[in-house]
Design a protein around this ligand. Structure first.
Ligand SMILES: [Zn+2]
Length: 425
């Protein structure tokens, strides 16, 4: 577990050296490092969680890059299928195939295909494309699984050199995709140049990532953790791709991850027409104040207010002997737990995903169980860490409400739900 922290000195997109601290969350353990119970003695360091705004291009980003072998290890097939993301990626492939209208047997490549369990490639394959997945190093096992499932997947990290090998063996792809993984890459310039070099001249690079404007507007602040280095928006990306000889010609808003954006990029020599969506999004970002420090100060104040509301409610309960459980053990839980300083208030966490059950939460080592434990332990309250899924969670656990249990919902507004007000939410 030898993680190393490297401090980046320049903007990841435009190389500017003037970066202003825009938002500070309390230092946190690595968000995905849920431990096996047998690892309870392992030390888990906390790392700073500071977001910087580039004064030149307005890009928001983490500069502290934690590298090591641990950060990508907890991704699971189970999570993808159970959260409906598999369906999302199948639809993604259909929509993109229809929009780009390349002929059948066109080659497409997905970088970080383990990230979506190969769902995107399967969709493109069904649409008649030739497909190739590129994993990243720690995901070797998953790459092998996908290959065994009939989709060729190479586990190497994507570089220009690998790109040349691929072009030699398979030809130049007309579609290259990279999704949530793109926000996790420190050397964006390196990978993007490699993509440009590999892509066919009329090819399109498509990627989808959570969207900085929605991230603030929808208060999804718990999406900020060390793995997420980039908080993308259209304006800084437009300038970035232009500098690298590419053209961001279309953007589509998508609902996943609390609000995401799908970006379409071609080489500058490409023939596709620039869509009004790009300038419209940039105008929207400027009007929102996405590139000003003031917007982040306001965001920080909103987060602080919600934290105080939660602690003011929970601290006296715990002091008087009430028991509070948590619902949801994902990476966002780690940020919420650390930044809201909830560790003394949460007795245990439950999660639907088997892979998370019987683990310990990162940093605080709070035990995670199956939701069945709710009905054995009968906690007085359940704090919903997975607050974006509050409706399906409560609908599934009406029995707990009917037995007198109460849910604490921390975001986007603090509220407590019991059987008397359930249904008003
Ligand atoms: Zn910049």
């Amino acid at each position: 577990m030898a993680d190393v922290i490297v401090r980046r000195k320049i903007c990841r997109l435009c190389r500017c050296e003037v970066l202003d601290l825009a938002l500070t969350l309390l230092p946190s353990a690595l968000a995905d490092e849920f431990l096996l119970t047998s690892q309870h003695n392992l030390e888990q360091a906390k790392y700073p969680l500071d977001l910087y705004l580039c004064r030149k291009c307005g890009f928001s980003q983490l500069l502290d890059v934690v590298t090591g072998n641990t950060i990508y290890l907890n991704y699971t097939h189970e999570t993808i299928s159970a959260t409906g993301l598999g369906t999302h990626f199948i639809k993604y492939s259909r929509d993109v195939a229809a929009a780009l209208s390349f002929p059948p047997s066109t080659l497409m490549i997905d970088i970080g295909s383990h990230d979506n369990d190969g769902s995107l490639l399967r969709g493109f394959k069904d649409a008649g494309y030739r497909v190739l997945g590129l994993g990243i190093d720690p995901a070797r096992e998953m790459s092998r699984n996908a290959t065994e499932a009939g989709i060729e997947t190479r586990p190497e990290f994507f570089t220009s050199e690998l790109g040349r090998k691929i072009a030699g063996a398979h030809g130049r792809p007309k579609v290259i995709t990279a999704n949530n993984i793109y926000a996790n890459i420190d050397d964006l310039e390196g990978i993007t140049v490699a993509i440009r070099e590999l892509m066919a001249d009329d090819g399109v690079f498509v990627f989808e990532s959570f969207y900085a404007l929605d991230w603030i507007k929808n208060k999804v602040f718990d999406f900020m953790y060390h793995e997420h280095l980039s908080y993308f928006s259209v304006k800084p990306l437009k300038v970035f791709f232009d500098r690298l000889g590419m053209d961001l010609f279309d953007v589509w808003p998508v609902a996943t991850k609390g609000g995401s954006m799908r970006y379409f990029v071609q080489k500058k020599s490409g023939k596709r027409t620039s869509q009004p969506s790009v300038n419209l999004a940039i105008e929207n970002e400027d009007n929102f104040g996405l590139f000003t420090l003031k917007t982040f100060t306001t965001f920080a104040a909103q987060i602080e207010k919600l934290k105080n509301e939660a602690l003011t409610f929970m601290n006296p309960l715990v002091a008087s002997g009430k028991k509070i459980a948590g619902f949801g053990a994902s990476a966002t839980t780690t940020t919420l737990m650390h930044h809201f300083e909830l560790e003394k208030n949460i007795s245990f966490i439950v999660d639907d995903f088997k892979v998370k059950q019987n683990t310990l939460s990162p940093g605080h080592k709070i035990p995670v169980f199956s939701p069945d434990v709710i009905y054995q332990e009968n906690p007085d309250y359940i704090f919903i860490f997975a607050w974006r899924y509050v409706h399906p969670i409560i609908a599934k656990h009406k029995r707990y409400l009917e037995q007198g249990g109460k849910f604490i919902v921390p975001l986007p507004e603090f509220k407590v739900i019991d059987k008397s007000n359930f249904g008003e939410t």
